[in-house]
Design a protein around this ligand. Structure first.
Ligand code: PEP
Length: 254
């Protein structure tokens, strides 16, 4: 486990104007300034990326986008390319979030294209996978997650896999206040790592980080992070205030 540096990312979803986003990251920056052993990431909306990028310059916070398109440029009204995200200061990009799958027609195939295009410009994708409540209740969790992992990551090289983080986010736990228990999460994380081991080199799969997402808060982060295959968190609601986000990032200092 020591080989995997924890990564805690705040997904701000469709929240915050530019000035609110800058305020939030300015406050968070101060509160987490002494943290050196965790990758800290924030994912504002597209409109706030550049301003937030300027605000975090020289700090220990890094920038992610919440989505991307796979083409480089051209007649794709409303879309944003990987290069544009890099240009705006992003290091990471969240791809395949369940809200994109649920409301905007994201499929494993489009996720694959987005990951490929993002890697091509040096972005680090955060691939989201996870089952719906009905799938969990009918015993399909492992099948669903396996298909997502295989289809989204098919054919990537060892070097490409090295740059990818996985976020396991059971849909029933997102924004519901209903967190998976550490054991429920660990069981799926271990399974995902095993699947990764069958599509890439063992060394690579052992080094890949798997975040948990779904109602993470300052009170449950410690127990989740104690599990051997949980390497971080993707945090929605609790990342929207500097106080709760910083307390999550500082989970070891409770
Ligand atoms: C998310 O958006 O990825 C998420 C996990 O949200 P929340 O923490 O609010 O459940």
């Amino acid at each position: 486990m020591d080989m995997r540096r924890p990564i805690i990312a705040g997904n701000w979803k469709m929240n915050k104007t530019v000035s609110e986003a800058v305020d939030l990251v300015r406050q968070s920056k101060v509160l987490v300034a002494d943290i050196r052993d965790i990758d800290i990431v924030v994912a504002p909306t597209f409109t706030a990326l550049h301003a937030v990028s300027r605000e975090i310059k020289g700090s220990n916070i890094e920038l992610a986008a919440q989505d991307v398109f796979w083409e480089t440029s051209g007649a794709y009204t409303g879309e944003i390319s990987p290069l544009m995200l890099k240009d705006a200061g992003c290091r990471y990009v969240i791809i395949g979030h369940s809200e994109r799958r649920q409301y905007f027609g994201e499929t494993n195939e489009s996720v694959h294209k987005k990951i490929k295009a993002s890697l091509a410009v040096g972005l680090h994708p955060i691939l989201c996978v996870g089952e719906a409540l009905e799938e969990r209740e009918t015993g399909k969790t492992f099948d669903v997650v396996k298909i997502q992992v295989f289809q989204c990551l098919e054919g990537f090289s060892r070097e490409e896999m090295d740059k990818i983080t996985i976020a396991y986010e059971p849909i029933w736990a997102i924004g519901t206040g209903k967190t998976a228990t550490p054991l429920q999460a660990e069981e799926v994380h271990a399974f995902i790592r095993e699947q990764l081991g069958s599509i890439t080199h063992r060394q690579v799969s052992e080094a890949m980080r798997i975040q948990y997402g779904g109602s993470v808060n300052p009170d449950n982060i410690g127990d989740l992070m104690a599990e051997p295959n949980i390497d971080g968190a993707l945090v929605g609601g609790a990342s929207l205030t500097a106080d709760s986000f910083s307390r999550i990032v500082k989970f070891r200092k409770k």
